[in-house]
Design a protein around this ligand. Structure first.
Ligand code: AMP
Ligand code: GLY
Length: 426
């Protein structure tokens, strides 16, 4: 099979690396890709948000058998529906199911209606009513822009003053554009051990009939060590989550994952693809923080390297709604991904810095914002590389990853030094 993966990031490179191991995949393509994807796939220079251009490309390339649509924005505008309408087979939800990520108000309503555990919330499209609600609830309180906002549309407000300021930014100043036309105002969940709470990302394959959780992982969203500074797309991940076990998985399947799949079916929005559950362990049990309609980034970078089953077999089983026929197996041990970013990310940073990579042992470099310029590997984005290491346990994996990081350089490179330490202290 010839397979095209849509997207430019570390997640897409990780998916391509997993597909490369498939005995069934002949040639890989990536639209648009980066310097890393170019090493294992043919990069296709088409803007994937230009739906007509993608369709035209697909029609002109009948040799491509299968499309994997991974980023949130093409899913939200219905790229899968469009490709299917011209007879192409895809991995990824249709538009009417991708709404589980593209509208937080929709996701909250769904959870309320089907009694799926999540933080108590209310949705507003009127600033005055929202302000009144915030004042009646007090701080701490969480504000979420309804639409897609590059993972930045969530404000955890410790004081009422911050909440009022945040409300103004989202609803009046439109800091996240039209994503802020509606706002979800949510109770701040308290953790069992830490506050706000302990988070785990669970990606799951689902064909609408069966849902199979992958191994778990934990993300580090803030830019600096000890979860300080601004939120980012994710500065590193490790797998598995230390507080996860079989008993918890059974509970989460029963109370959260299967009910979510059934709820989407009941709404006439069958979800096929990878459904991402952002969960929090709270003093009142596991709750949903967010859903994503796709693989997580950088979660995918630590989950897929542990997959023993052929990823292409899984993708096709999802498309054909035969997921229950497949046994999905994982390696034992642990995996860590340390993200190397451009200094200044997530606000402003320069591009085009030459990257040098020395001895990285048996780690794998996953590319995100990279390009080749004048024959040299250069930075081309905020998050640039992910260094992925496996080990018997998380400590071994992180030691390997950080050893490799010492041999990678560019001007003003920034990374967190505490990936994989989370939930281990205290
Ligand atoms: P989201 O984009 O919805 O994943 O939110 C980003 C981050 O904000 C989450 O990963 C949590 O760390 C935090 N967060 C979101 N909602 C809540 C909540 N209700 N209580 C506490 N923390 C939250
Ligand atoms: N790592 C969080 C996300 O992919 O949204």
């Amino acid at each position: 099979m010839n397979v095209l993966v849509i997207g430019n990031g570390g997640r897409e490179h990780a998916i391509l690396l997993a597909l490369k191991k498939s005995r069934r995949v002949e040639k890989l393509y990536c639209m648009k890709g980066n310097a890393g994807t170019a090493e294992i796939a043919e990069n296709v220079d088409v803007d994937y948000m230009n739906i007509d251009a993608v369709k035209q490309y697909a029609l002109q390339h009948p040799e491509i058998d299968y499309y994997v649509v991974t980023p949130d924005d093409p899913l939200a505008v219905g790229l899968v529906d469009e490709l299917e309408s011209i007879g192409k087979r895809c991995f990824g939800p249709r538009k009417n199911a991708a709404i589980i990520e593209s509208s937080k108000a929709f996701a909250k309503e769904l959870m309320k209606k089907y009694k799926i555990p999540t933080a108590e919330s209310q949705t507003f499209d009127n600033y005055g009513n929202a302000l009144e609600y915030v004042r009646s609830k007090g701080a701490p309180i969480v504000l979420k822009a309804d639409g897609l906002a590059l993972g930045k549309g969530v404000l955890i407000c410790e004081t009422l003053e911050q909440a009022e300021e945040g409300l103004k930014e989202i609803m009046l100043d439109k800091a996240f554009g039209s994503a802020g036309n509606k706002i979800v105002i949510e109770e701040c969940m308290r953790g069992l051990k830490y506050n706000p709470g302990e988070e785990v990302s669970v990606l799951a394959f689902t064909d609408g009939k069966t849902i199979v959780p992958m191994i778990t992982s934990c993300d580090h969203k803030r830019i600096y060590d000890d979860d300080k500074g601004l939120n980012t797309g994710g500065m590193g991940t490790f797998s598995p989550c230390p507080f996860w076990d079989e008993k918890l998985e059974k509970q989460v399947l029963k109370k959260i994952m299967i009910p979510t799949m059934k709820a989407m079916n009941a709404e006439g929005r069958k979800f096929k693809g990878c459904l991402y559950f952002g969960l929090m362990r709270t003093d009142k049990g596991m709750k949903v923080v967010e859903y994503n309609s796709r693989f997580g980034d950088p979660e995918t970078q630590v989950v897929l390297p542990m997959l023993k089953t052929d990823l292409m077999d899984i993708f096709e089983a999802v498309t054909e709604e035969k997921l229950s026929d497949i046994k999905i197996e994982w390696e034992d041990g642990a995996c860590v991904c340390v993200v190397l970013a451009s200094g200044g990310y997530p606000i402003s940073y320069s591009k085009g810095k030459e990257i040098t990579i020395g001895d990285i042992g048996d780690t794998v470099i996953v590319h995100a914002g990279t390009a080749i310029k004048d024959g040299k590997l250069v930075t081309n984005g905020g998050r640039v590389l992910g260094v992925v290491a496996k080990g018997k346990h998380i400590e071994e994996a992180r030691d390997k990853a950080y050893k490799a990081v010492k041999n990678i350089h560019w001007e003003n490179m920034h990374y967190r030094t505490d990936i994989g330490v989370k939930y281990r202290k205290g």
